[in-house]
Design a protein around this ligand. Structure first.
Ligand code: AMP
Length: 213
């Protein structure tokens, strides 16, 4: 968890690689659906473009489908879900059906000014989902993905006006999710400022500690 742009996608991909677990990003799944023009994509497009949350009913079906795939059987990193209290209950139900237990709910924190700076400079690759930043992780050739050569784009929800809306949505709807996990003693707060390698190390150490207990 964490505000938009705090680095949760970047860190979730790294943790998934380290742990050999699938990275399940609801944002990526929804963007793929929009790009592919599927039924789901048509239903969710306007929510994504406006930076609003997709209704919980649709999210419940999506997460249920994704987590019942074979690769999720031995564990997974969830990125961007749950984002509302109803989604916390949906996840509880899915985990129970799978006979799985949550290792922890990790939240990355960074000041708002830093988040706006990161998001407005973010560029993504529509070909392979790689993430770049104009200042802190520029591509080797301007506007071109280092990994697959596709032209980089700015997400339509990474413009300043939509970012402000997404931060408001986050405060109103996702903060209570963090509070719910805090009450359950499962929330782990991680400083999201600094070098991405350092942040990964913080997450990894904390995960090791919680698994050793
Ligand atoms: P993200 O890539 O995680 O920032 O998600 C991008 C957008 O996808 C969000 O602004 C929402 O419109 C939608 N989205 C992603 N995850 C969820 C979720 N768990 N619940 C509702 N909407 C979501």
């Amino acid at each position: 968890m964490g505000a938009p742009g705090v680095g949760k996608g970047t860190q979730a991909v790294r943790l998934a690689m380290i742990l050999g677990a699938p990275h399940i990003s609801t944002g990526d799944i929804l963007r793929e659906a929009v790009k592919g023009g599927t039924d789901l994509g048509r239903k969710v497009r306007s929510f994504l473009e406006a930076g609003k949350l997709v209704p919980d009913g649709l999210m419940g079906d999506l997460i249920q489908d994704r987590m019942s795939k074979d690769d999720a059987g031995a564990g997974f990193i969830l990125d961007g879900f749950p984002r509302t209290l109803d989604q916390v209950h949906i996840l509880d139900g899915v985990l129970e059906n799978l006979g799985a237990v949550l290792d922890g709910a990790y939240i990355l924190a960074a000041p708002e000014g830093e988040i706006v700076r990161r998001l407005t400079g973010r560029r993504i690759c529509p070909g392979c989902n790689a993430v770049f930043h104009l200042d802190s992780r520029p591509p080797k050739a301007p506007g071109v993905c280092d990994e697959c050569g596709s032209a980089l784009v700015q997400r339509p929800d990474d413009t300043e006006a939509v970012i402000r809306d997404r931060l408001e949505v986050y405060e109103a709807q996702t903060r209570p999710v963090a509070d719910a996990y805090r009450q359950r003693g499962q929330l782990v707060e991680i400083d999201g400022l600094g070098d991405p390698d350092e942040i990964t190390a913080r997450l990894e150490n904390s995960l090791k500690e919680s698994r050793a207990q």
